[in-house]
Design a protein around this ligand. Structure first.
Ligand code: XIL
Length: 341
């Protein structure tokens, strides 16, 4: 018998998974219904999907996920109101259609910033207002830290045009539209890296001091079988918990390759690789359980190896990062997670 993950961890934290709308009417739906309590849209709620051109909001795909969740007693968390990727270029063009980042005149730069923040405010209020009764957990901004960029802030169009004000604007609009029930997160990858973690910490601390409503940190947790250490993942959560914030694991998966390794195991990874993956998944979930007081949920970025963004990213190769294989059968990693419960 295959136990249900959501039942196994019921006392600890909710288990979730990212989905595409077309997975709702596919065999993946059965896996999701059995193992998952939270759904996240893998792409359907990103800025370009929600508002591809100015003023034209698209609800169909997002609604499908919300409806499927409702029918199956699941909750939805929103990913993501703001990002530098998958965002319509129209956001960053001035009234004449020119890229705002190229503007050098100080007066016009000021006007552009105002326009951008107004667009952002509308985007956030419209979406949060529509879903506030159904969705109470929100990725407000995604991937705003980049240690390699000046000041450690990602040099996105958002940042180049509006500085950190876009972050404050997004959180304030989300709170006003979503009310006190809405849990608002700043989401990023590599938060275990001390340099990145500390820059994120500083940003969040400053924003909180300015009264910006942030409830928690989303740790994407796209890891691989070689690293980073489980201790470094937990240490980061601890640091944000000490600031009074919630932590979520928002996009968990575990590549079977080192980041830029060009080898390819094909459809059937070697046993020793699968058992390495199992050991690490087991270790990770044991640590999650021990630290459940600072962990509000664990969401996988997918559910089975037949559908994962890691096929072909960052290099061409077949990956196997999930707990279920391409045929939706439990892998050694699944049983190690069961063991950890
Ligand atoms: C990825 C999706 O999984 C892909 O389908 C898409 O082509 C690109 O985006 N960090 C994030 C997610 O915050 O939104 C990304 O999702 C994976 C990395």
């Amino acid at each position: 018998d295959i136990p249900s993950l959501l039942m196994l961890f019921e006392e600890d934290f909710p288990i979730g998974a990212a989905v595409e709308p077309n997975q709702i009417n596919s065999p993946s739906a059965e896996l999701l219904k059995k193992h998952v309590r939270w759904l996240v849209a893998e792409n359907a709620m990103k800025p370009e999907a929600m508002q591809p051109t100015e003023g034209h909001f698209q609800w169909t795909n997002a609604d499908r996920i919300v409806e499927f969740a409702k029918e199956n007693n699941m909750r939805v968390r929103f990913h993501t109101l703001v990002w530098h990727n998958q965002t319509g270029a129209w956001f960053f063009r001035d009234a004449e259609g020119k890229p705002m980042v190229n503007e050098t005149d100080p007066k016009r730069r000021e006007a552009n910033k105002k326009l951008l923040l107004e667009r952002l405010d509308t985007h956030v209020r419209t979406i949060v207002g529509r879903y506030k009764d159904e969705i109470t957990s929100w990725d407000v901004v995604n991937e705003v830290i980049e240690p390699g960029d000046p000041d450690g802030m990602r040099a996105s169009e958002w940042y180049k045009i509006a500085g950190t004000d876009y972050i404050a604007t997004a959180f304030r609009a989300a709170r006003e539209a979503g009310g006190p029930e809405a849990k608002l997160y700043i989401n990023d990858y590599g938060t275990d890296n001390p340099v990145k973690r500390d820059r994120l910490f500083l940003l969040v601390k400053e924003l909180l001091e300015q009264g910006v409503p942030i409830d928690g940190v989303g740790h994407q947790t796209h890891i691989d079988i070689y690293g980073p250490s489980v201790d470094s993942i937990i240490a980061s959560m601890r640091k944000f918990a000490d600031l009074g914030l919630d932590n979520l694991v928002t996009e968990l998966d575990m590549s079977i390759y080192a980041w830029n390794d060009r080898s390819d195991y094909g459809q059937v990874p070697p046993q020793e690789i699968l058992s390495l993956q199992a050991d690490r998944y087991g270790e990770l979930f044991k640590a999650f359980r021990r630290n459940k007081d600072i962990l509000g949920g664990v969401i996988f970025w997918g559910i089975a190896d037949d559908h994962t963004w890691l096929h072909g990213f960052p290099v061409a190769r077949t990956n196997a990062p999930m707990l279920f294989d391409q045929q939706h059968q439990p892998k050694p990693a699944f049983w190690a997670v069961v063991e950890a419960a």
